[in-house]
Design a protein around this ligand. Structure first.
Ligand code: ATP
Length: 351
C-alpha cells in the first residue's frame, strides 16, 4: 500500500491550460474523490498519475518513489475506467487473471490472487461465466476484481459507475464503499456526481478550471465551502447566496441583523446559507426576515420552496406537512451556526 502525491502539475493541450499547478496528497489507504464539472481536468490528472499522459511540469510520487519518469506498467497502479471494458470472449476467471498473466505470475499466485479478488467482490460463484451472462453490477465487480488482483499499490477509478442505471448505481455505490474499505487500497476516484463523492470519500478534492479549489472531508466541504463555486456545485439545490448591506460588524436582512465573524471593508457581504438551514415560520418571529413564496415543489421527504427576497431568489426546504402556498409571505430564520460569509467580489469565504 502507498500514498499518492502530486506536486505542482501543469498540463496544456495546445493553448488550453487543462491543469494549473495542481498539488494533492492521498494518504495510505485513503479514499479520495476528485469532484468537479465536466472539463475541469479530473481525468487528465488521473491519466498523469497513471503515466498515460505526460505533465508539462510537476512531479508524481507513489509512496516514496518518484514515478514521474516511469512508464505506466512500472508504477504499480491499477485503473478502472468508465466503460469498465471486460473481455467478452474470456470467462470471469480469465478476465480477473488478465493483468496477472501479463505480469507472468506463477500459476499458484495467479489462482490465489484471482480467488482472493473474486471473494472480496463476492463473485466467486461466477468465475466460469462469460460477461454476457452477468448483470451490469456483476460486470462492474469483475472490472474492480481484475484491478485488485494485481495487488496494486494504488487504485485509480474514472467514473466507474456512470454506465449503470440509476438504481443499480445507487446499490453499487454502497457496495463499492464496503468493498474498498475491506481491501484498504489507496484509491483516487473521479466523478462529477456530488452525491457519489459525498457518499464515498474520506476526503473530496473539488476541482474547477484546472485547479483544486477545496480539499477536505465531505461534510466540511458541504458545510464550509471555500467559495461560491464549491457552495453552488455541492448540494442540490445549491447553497443560497444573499448579497447584504454591512453596518459596522453586522449584516442586515430587513430588520434582522447578523453578527459578522470578521470586519468587512466593503459596503456589502455575501451570506451563504443552505436551503435546509432556513427555518420557515408563517408569522413573524424574532431573528427572522420576510420572503414571498413563488413556487412550492413537493419532493417527498420535504417541500422545496422558491421564495423572493427583493430581487433575489431563495431556496428553502420545509417538512412535507407544512401548510404553504404560492403568494404567501413566510418568515425565515437562518440557523446562526450554519452561516457562511463570503466576499462578494472574489466569492471567497471570509476568514
Ligand atoms: P469530464 O467529467 O467531462 O470527463 P474532466 O474533468 O475529466 O471532464 P478532462 O478530460 O481532464 O476533464 O479534460 C480537461 C480539459 O482538457 C477539457 O477541456 C478537454 O477538452 C481538454 N483535453 C483533454 N484531453 C485533451 C487532448 N488530448 N487534447 C486536447 N484537449 C484535451
Amino acid at each position: 500500500m502507498a500514498s499518492i502525491r502530486v506536486e505542482n502539475i501543469e498540463k496544456t493541450f495546445g493553448k488550453f491550460k487543462a491543469l494549473s499547478g495542481v498539488s494533492l496528497e492521498v494518504r495510505d489507504q485513503e479514499f479520495v474523490v476528485l469532484l468537479g464539472p465536466s472539463g475541469c481536468g479530473k481525468t487528465t490528472l488521473l491519466r498523469i498519475i497513471a503515466g498515460l499522459e505526460q505533465a508539462d511540469k510537476g512531479r508524481v510520487w507513489i509512496g516514496d518513489r518518484d514515478v514521474t519518469e516511469l512508464p505506466p506498467r512500472a508504477r504499480k497502479i491499477a485503473m478502472v475506467f468508465q466503460n469498465y471494458a471486460v473481455f467478452p470472449h474470456l470467462t470471469v476467471f480469465e478476465n480477473i487473471a488478465f493483468g496477472l498473466r501479463m505480469q507472468k505470475a506463477s500459476p499458484e499466485k495467479l489462482k490465489a490472487n484471482v480467488e482472493r479478488a473474486a471473494a472480496l467482490m463476492h463473485i466467486e460463484n461466477l468465475l466460469e461465466r462469460y460477461p454476457a451472462q452477468l448483470s451490469g453490477g456483476q460486470r462492474q465487480r469483475v472490472a474492480v476484481a481484475r484491478a485488485l488482483a494485481v495487488e496494486p499499490e494504488v487504485l485509480l477509478m474514472d467514473e466507474p459507475l456512470s454506465n449503470l442505471d440509476a438504481l443499480l448505481r445507487l446499490e453499487m455505490r454502497a457496495e463499492l464503499k464496503r468493498l474498498l474499505a475491506e481491501s484498504r487500497t489507496t484509491t483516487l476516484y473521479v466523478t462529477h456526481d456530488q452525491v457519489e463523492a459525498m457518499s464515498l470519500a474520506d476526503r473530496i478534492a473539488v476541482m474547477n478550471a484546472g485547479r483544486v479549489v477545496q480539499y477536505d472531508q465531505p461534510m466540511k466541504v458541504y458545510q464550509e465551502p471555500a467559495n461560491t463555486f464549491v457552495g453552488g456545485f455541492i448540494g442540490s439545490p445549491p447553497m443560497n447566496f444573499l448579497r447584504l448591506p454591512v453596518e459596522g460588524r453586522q449584516a442586515k436582512i430587513e430588520s434582522l441583523t447578523l453578527d459578522l465573524p470578521t470586519p468587512v471593508s466593503g459596503p456589502e457581504v455575501l451570506l451563504g446559507v443552505r436551503p435546509e438551514d432556513l427555518e420557515a415560520h408563517t408569522v413573524q418571529q424574532p431573528q427572522t426576515f420576510p420572503a414571498e413564496v413563488l413556487v412550492v415543489e413537493p419532493l417527498g421527504p420535504h417541500l422545496l420552496l422558491t421564495l423572493s427576497f427583493g430581487k433575489q431568489h431563495i431556496k428553502a426546504t420545509v417538512p412535507p406537512n407544512f401548510e404553504v402556498r404560492a403568494g404567501q409571505t413566510l418568515w425565515l430564520r437562518p440557523q446562526p451556526d450554519r452561516l457562511r460569509w463570503l466576499d462578494p467580489s472574489s466569492g471567497q469565504a471570509l476568514m
